[in-house]
Design a protein around this ligand. Sequence first.
Ligand code: PAN
Ligand code: ZN
Length: 183
Amino acid sequence: MFYPITTDLDFETGLLKQFEVKVTRRLSDMKGMYQDEAEFEKKLAENPIIYEVFERRVPLEEGHLVHSVTVINPGKIGKEYYMTKGHYHEQDKTAEIYLGLKGRGYVLMMNRERETTYREMNPGTIVYVPPFWAHRTINVGSEKVVFLCVYPANAGHDYGSIEKSGFSKIVIEENQFPKIIDV
Ligand code: PAN
Ligand code: ZN
């Protein structure tokens, strides 16, 4: 029997005060995901942390809800902003809720027909990622982007499809503003 738990979220920072799982994604974990390959190779020397995920441990079974906080650092590889790898859910009928806590984010979403759309995520924005949509979060600002994620614990992550085919659009900085362009 899994007993109820509480978690303290610090509204100043958006960070969780308790977590059991921490995932760190560095640039080297994102091979092939940035368009500017020369810049990617160059930045590999310092291999910066692109984002981190802090998660409460709950059973990864149907009925449970994973809840975690993601922190994406500000930065760019060439013109492209730091972002998450992005994924479809393995159980692709599962949805997800994001709640923006800090910073300026874009959530890029793509369905299996490769139709792509995005929603801005600022502090207080709730983004609903419906079933069947791959999702990637992009830090389009100059501060950390921090957001809470809640999703079915049996959802699973299909990173392979994105590693293989990418998203059909990318987000770049142009004249100091974010711009969505076709790949
Ligand atoms: C989020 C993501 C998190 C990191 O919790 O897992 O923001 O992004 P990647 O998983 O794409 O590396 C979520 O969407 N979970 O399902
Ligand atoms: Zn997800």
